[in-house]
Each structure stands twice: as structure tokens, then as C-alpha cells.
Design a protein around this ligand. Structure first.
Ligand SMILES: [Zn+2]
Length: 336
């Protein structure tokens, strides 16, 4: 059935563009480790929540930043100082915009881009939506500013560690807002549901991509896969592959959302599990956990995954990770 679509021709053409980072290898690794099977079973047991109205904020960008920096300052003054220092570094070009839109994805594109000009300047893009997810995203992106790879201006690796710090900060910040009565329990719960929907969506994409790739038996790189997403996700072309690509990009998602695949998406899956474990530690022992978090921040550019988990969670990191994985559901929050 896959022959209906002339995949080889497209893949070969894309092969010329980029030969690095084969998505095949990534999925083979995940399969060998049993990760994909575990994720698939987990996601089958997760409820899907109807997206609910998010709290709208009456804040401009300066107001959002002020709240977020205040939060960092209360968490650890050193972290706040480091963010402010990076923000004032002329190496980074800023493209910040006022909060707009009210959608979850729409208008909330933020992050880092690396310009391939002579100076290799990094660009920080911050374009939050005017709601709770928007301000959480500001806190998330500012956590990236703390990472050593940013400070050292190392181009983002497509590893599995890239979203741990940012997703941990999201959790701490959400709880901070709840404690400061900036949001209500209901809003906190909607956030949790949103996070879980993102998690299960990401897992589904990983599992489906893996099915496609193992069915194709053509080595294809992560970059090629992303090109395919972009090119064909919304086209009318027929064939099993096309329908699968449509499924993996998430029907109903705004077209301006950058499709992500493979390693890049796995970062959010791993990020959810690892940051969840770290957050549990933080609730029990904030000071010690923050110390470990800082050790992670200051060396993650060089760390292997197991080393990073150990730095963050201690010797029994594997146990903590599996508990965090098992606890991934919103019912946990009910009883607290
Ligand atoms: Zn991020």
C-alpha cells in the first residue's frame, strides 16, 4: 500500500539535503530499550481531556516578565541574575512581542533560533499568548536561558535532555502561582490536563512515526521526516503514508505550528517524566533539589542521559523515574 506514494523519490531528494541524524537509529534505540512499548501502554491508559478555557490574563509582556522574574528571584536570586545577564547579552537578538491571541498554540511560538550568519548569533523569540499558558511559557523559555548550552552558545543538540529544566520550572512556577493565589485550583487543574494531553499526543506521534519508519525500511533522517511533515501533512495525496503523516502532525492543529519529530519530540516526553520526578523531590526538599538542578544546568551540554538523571535525582534515579511515569495522571492532583 505504501507503494502508492513515491516515497523513495522524495526521500532520495531530501537525502541530498541532509544526511545526518537518522531517525531510524533513534527509533531502533527506543525499541531496544523497550521505551516505545512502555509509552504506548501508558498512553492507552491515559484519559484525553476536553480542552478547557484557559485563564485570560490582563498583562503586557513587561508585566509577564516581571512576574516570572519575581518568581525566579524568590526561588533563587542567582537564577534570576543569570537570566537578566543573558537577556542583556548583545550576542542574542531579541524578537519579543506583546501577548496576543488566546489559543494554546496560536501566537505562542517562542524559543531560540540560531542564525547561520557569520557571527552565528542566537535569536530569542518570545511571543506568548495572552493567557495562563502564555505566562507559563515565558517561565519555560527563561529556564532555557539558564542552560549551559545557551550560556556557552552551543547550538541546541537534539538530545533527550533539552526540555527537562524548562518543564521542571513550569511545574514549580504553576505551583507558585497557585500558592500566591494568582490562579485558582481549577486553573491549576486545567494546566495539568493540558500537560497530559500534550504528553499523550507526543507519545502517539512517536509510536506512529516508528510504525511508519519500520514499515518503510528506508533510512530517513529526522530532518527528512520533518520535511515530509511540512510538505505533505495537509495535502490531498492519497496513501497510507499520507494519512499516517496527517495523523502524526495532529489534525486540527494550526498550520503555523512547526511539526516536530523523533528526538525533538521525545525531549518533551522525557522532559515530562524527568521533570515530574524532580518536582516530587522539590516538594519534599526544595533546597537540596535546587542544588542538584543547578549542577545539571551547569553541565548538561556535556552529559549523557544516565549521568544527567543521576545528577538530578540521585542514585535511585531509575526508581524515581518509573514512579513518575506511573503517576502520570491528573487524579494524583485531586487528592492534594
Ligand atoms: Zn523548551
Amino acid at each position: 500500500m505504501i507503494e502508492e506514494f513515491d516515497f523513495d523519490r522524495v526521500a532520495n531528494r531530501l537525502e541530498e539535503v541532509c544526511k545526518k541524524r537518522h531517525a531510524h537509529d533513534f527509533y531502533i534505540k527506543l525499541n531496544e530499550m523497550g521505551v516505545l512499548g512502555a509509552l504506548e501502554r501508558k498512553v492507552a491508559s491515559l484519559p484525553h481531556f476536553e480542552p478547557k478555557e484557559l485563564l485570560t490574563l490582563d498583562l503586557d509582556l513587561a508585566g509577564m516578565q516581571q512576574i516570572v522574574l519575581q518568581f525566579y528571584g524568590e526561588l533563587d536570586l542567582e537564577l534570576k541574575n543569570r537570566i537578566e545577564k543573558t537577556l542583556s547579552d548583545p550576542f542574542f537578538e531579541h524578537k519579543f512581542s506583546e501577548p496576543n491571541g488566546n489559543g494554546i498554540n496560536e501566537g505562542s511560538r517562542v524559543g531560540f533560533e540560531w542564525k547561520n550568519n557569520v557571527a552565528q548569533n542566537g535569536e530569542i523569540v518570545l511571543n506568548p499568548s495572552n493567557n495562563l499558558i502564555g505566562i507559563i511559557t515565558v517561565a519555560h523559555e527563561f529556564a532555557h536561558l539558564l542552560e549551559e548550552r545557551i550560556q556557552k552558545r552551543i547550538k541546541n543538540k537534539e538530545d533527550c535532555l533539552g526540555e527537562i529544566a524548562s518543564m521542571f520550572i513550569e511545574k514549580v512556577f504553576a505551583e507558585y502561582m497557585l500558592k500566591k493565589s494568582m490562579i485558582e485550583k481549577k486553573d491549576y487543574r486545567i494546566l495539568k490536563e493540558h500537560d497530559l494531553n500534550c504528553f499523550s499526543n507526543n507519545v502517539r506521534v512517536l509510536v506512529e512515526e516508528n510504525e511508519i519508519l519500520s514499515g518503510l525500511e528506508v533510512p530517513i533522517s529526522g530532518v527528512q521526516l520533518r520535511e515530509l511533515h511540512k510538505k505533505y501533512a495537509f495535502s490531498d495525496r492519497k496513501g497510507v503514508l499520507m494519512r499516517r503523516v496527517q495523523q502524526m502532525t495532529g489534525i486540527g492543529m494550526p498550520k503555523n505550528v512547526q511539526p516536530e519529530s523523533g528526538q525533538k519530540r521525545f525531549r518533551y516526553v522525557a522532559g515530562e517524566v524527568v521533570s515530574g520526578a524532580l518536582f516530587e523531590d522539590f516538594k519534599k526538599n526544595p533546597k537540596e533539589t535546587l542544588g542538584r538542578f543547578e549542577n545539571f544546568l551547569s553541565s548538561n551540554a556535556e552529559m549523557e542521559e544516565a549521568e544527567a538523571y543521576q545528577t538530578l535525582l540521585g542514585e535511585n534515579y531509575f526508581q524515581k523515574l518509573s514512579t513518575s511515569f506511573q503517576n502520570l495522571n491528573v487524579e494524583q492532583e485531586k487528592s492534594k
